[in-house]
Design a protein around this ligand. Structure first.
Ligand SMILES: Cc1cc2nc3c(=O)[nH]c(=O)nc-3n(C[C@H](O)[C@H](O)[C@H](O)COP(=O)(O)OP(=O)(O)OC[C@H]3O[C@@H](n4cnc5c(N)ncnc54)[C@H](O)[C@@H]3O)c2cc1C
Length: 284
């Protein structure tokens, strides 16, 4: 299968429909988003999508991800770690990230076009940075300064990745039924215990650390969806020790098999509250 990025159509929408070359450079912090720069970035993005990501799409889906029952580790298909490294090193994970945490601060409109190319060329691979992007947005909007300083730079650089852990065996759409618990600890952290299913990028070998954003209930939580809080639970803690947030297996899917969709077990894992108690669904 070959992929050719529809550059002319993208330029038509960006410049002729949206007037992006006049509107975007006027946005605060987006002075660099000139037509010259945006064209250069789209051309480079197209090369990466066509020459690095697309050639791994079919082979990645055939091979799929592999789970090791002893180590609880997940291996992505041949070529994925190297392709992801090229993607992150070229700055694509940082494109729309806030400048104060190492991002390029370019417009989300441009990032949307980059995501379109990545996901069209290789959706499985695109889901890893896609989930990270979501975690960066949630943390930027709701995280404390301390959490932002500790986690945003490496999420934005692509050295670490993010997840969103909502779904549980007894609930998907109706998250008011979640059972994952968060017990406050003396040091201000929380002990997180529960099972999540269908977690995209819950465990894999593309990055050094995985930052899980987990919905859980505090002991005094009101019932239903009003009683849900959001916690940051890293795979590895500051001192390098392993947080007990382990993958229990891979979900079986009909496609996007190179995207690791994981069962995740949190067994007294250490976490930190993001935003206000009981307002987690909003932040997620
Ligand atoms: C590839 C893949 C990746 C995923 N990645 C993640 C992830 O990263 N993190 C995560 O937390 N989850 C993830 N999920 C899970 C996904 O978010 C859930 O599947 C989704 O929330 C729906 O939940 P469910 O499957 O339990 O379906 P259900 O909740 O059982 O819903 C089934 C159908 O019933 C309808 N329905 C449900 N309740 C009602 C109601 N009260 N009234 C009317 N209609 C209703 C729904 O709209 C739907 O059409 C992933 C799923 C897939 C397939």
């Amino acid at each position: 299968m070959t992929y050719r990025a529809p550059l002319r159509e993208m330029q038509f929408v960006l410049y002729e429909v949206l007037n992006g070359d006049t509107v975007l450079p006027e946005l605060p912090g987006c002075e660099d988003a000139t037509r010259e720069i945006m064209d250069a970035m789209l051309t480079e993005g197209a090369k990466l999508a066509e020459n690095v990501l697309a050639p791994l799409n079919t082979s990645g889906d055939r091979e799929g991800c592999h789970y090791d029952t002893e180590t609880k580790a997940v291996k992505t298909p041949e070529g994925f770690p190297d392709a992801y490294r090229q993607f992150a090193e070229a700055g694509w994970t940082a494109l729309a990230g806030p400048v104060e945490y190492g991002g390029q601060g370019l417009p989300h409109t441009l990032n949307t076009l980059a995501e379109e190319m990545v996901c069209s060329a290789n959706l499985s691979l695109g889901m890893y940075p896609g989930l990270t992007h979501g975690a960066v947005n949630a943390l930027t909007s709701y995280g404390s300064d301390e959490l932002k300083e500790k986690y945003l730079p490496k999420l934005i650089s692509g050295e670490w990745s993010g997840t969103m852990c909502l779904t549980e065996p007894q609930c998907g759409t109706d998250l008011g039924l979640i059972r994952t618990k968060a017990e406050p600890q003396a040091d201000g952290s929380y002990s997180i215990t529960g099972n999540k299913i269908w977690i995209t990028g819950g465990e894999h070998d593309l990055v050094d650390n995985i930052v899980h954003l987990v919905l859980a209930k505090l002991p005094d939580a009101p019932g239903g969806s009003k009683g849900i809080s959001l916690f940051l639970v890293p795979k590895f803690l500051d001192d390098g020790s392993r947080n007990p947030a382990f993958c229990g297996g891979l979900e079986h899917k009909m496609g996007i098999k190179a995207s690791a969709t994981c069962v995740m077990n949190f067994e007294d894992a250490k976490g930190w509250l993001i935003g206000e108690p009981h307002k987690g669904l909003q932040a997620m």
